[in-house]
Design a binder for this molecule. Structure first.
Ligand SMILES: Cc1cc2nc3c(=O)[nH]c(=O)nc-3n(C[C@H](O)[C@H](O)[C@H](O)COP(=O)(O)O)c2cc1C
Length: 319
């Protein structure tokens, strides 16, 4: 997830909460210069997890940019690259990228043809089901079906729906009927029982992809695999992530906003909605950190994160 689940997050998460089969990297948006910046290199360095447990993703509407990025990723040792057809942010869609590529199935077809003709790596795709209307999915599906997509992850919402309301599970089922390649489901998986329900509703499912649920409860995957949420692991995760960020970022200018974005989700695990209001008011890291740590140490934790409290107005629309 762009802006949140970067290298520090995934490495600290994997150390504190083993269980995730794979971590998806926040999208890489190639610039015209076709050169990775030092910051991108650091983010893309597979580190201790190794390429096999990481899936990098590219966001672009230009096949040449995609192919360049895929080659750069192959050189770094990655064995697969994911294409983003889901990002709903206004600036991204306005430029015809992310979910913007779903606007015109003919143009999408031409884009995919150029990508698959020369791709140096197997290509997977993560997509929404349309721009404005779920009915668009019927025109997108046959285009996707023409290409040897390594695996397709479907977040069954339109771009217009952003993250609001329910998902169109029927659209996901339709993909499962028609498409010949492995399918992964994504969207509103906030509890182990939700993951189980999706897995039993679709027998051929290649897997589930969890986004915000893992930010609200970093132990969610551990719990899906039969483990429990351990408070000490949660504290260790929080403190190690803070230490990693503080080693390279300004406490108030960069670490505080990153932690506020994380806590917008993590606070859904606390019974008191007021806790988030107090945290978001903090203007300094020195004020925020003891308050956050105190809550993790002393507050009761809900059995499941309460997503009914997530304010859509607060969600940072990056994808
Ligand atoms: C802040 C934020 C950043 C995101 N960044 C990405 C991204 O870089 N690539 C991507 O494929 N999806 C991204 N997503 C979308 C999630 O991967 C996921 O599709 C979406 O949140 C729905 O799943 P969930 O209900 O499990 O969160 C992002 C979502 C959010 C809220």
């Amino acid at each position: 997830m762009e802006g949140i689940t970067g290298r520090d997050f995934r490495e600290v998460h994997a150390a504190c909460f083993p269980g995730a089969d794979r971590y998806r990297l926040p999208f890489l948006s190639p610039a015209g210069a076709h050169q990775l910046t030092p910051r991108q290199r650091r983010e893309l360095d597979p580190g201790p997890l190794g390429c096999g447990r990481l899936l990098p993703q590219v966001l672009t509407k230009d096949p040449a940019d995609f192919l360049w990025a895929a080659s750069a990723l192959a050189e770094l040792g990655y064995g697969q690259v994911d294409l983003n057809l889901g990002c709903p942010s206004g600036t991204v869609v306005g430029k015809g990228k992310g979910a913007g590529l779903l606007r015109d199935p003919g143009a999408l077809d031409r884009f995919l043809e150029a990508v698959f003709r020369d791709a140096p790596l197997p290509v997977s795709v993560k997509t929404r089901i349309g721009l404005e209307d779920p009915a668009e999915w019927e025109d997108i599906l046959p285009v996707l079906a023409r290409y040897p997509i390594r695996e397709l992850t479907v977040h069954p919402r339109t771009r217009r729906e952003l993250y609001k309301g329910g998902v169109h599970f029927d659209a996901f089922r339709r993909a499962a009927e028609i498409l010949p390649f492995p399918l992964r489901y994504n969207g509103n998986l906030f509890t182990p029982s939700a993951v189980q329900r999706v897995e039993s509703a679709c027998s051929g499912l290649a897997g589930a992809v969890i986004g915000r649920g893992l930010l609200a409860d970093p132990a969610l995957i551990t719990r899906c695999k039969g483990g429990v949420r351990d408070r000490e692991a949660l504290i260790a995760f929080h403190e190690e992530l803070a230490a990693r960020y503080l080693a390279s970022m300004h406490p108030d200018g960069a670490v505080l906003p990153k932690f506020k974005e994380l806590w917008m989700y993590l606070s859904l695990l606390l019974p008191e909605e007021k806790a988030w209001k107090r945290l978001r008011k903090c203007a300094r890291w020195a004020e925020f950190h003891p308050l956050a740590l105190g809550l993790l140490r002393e507050s009761e934790l809900l059995p499941e994160a309460d997503f009914s409290r997530l304010s859509q107005a607060d969600v940072v629309i990056k994808n």
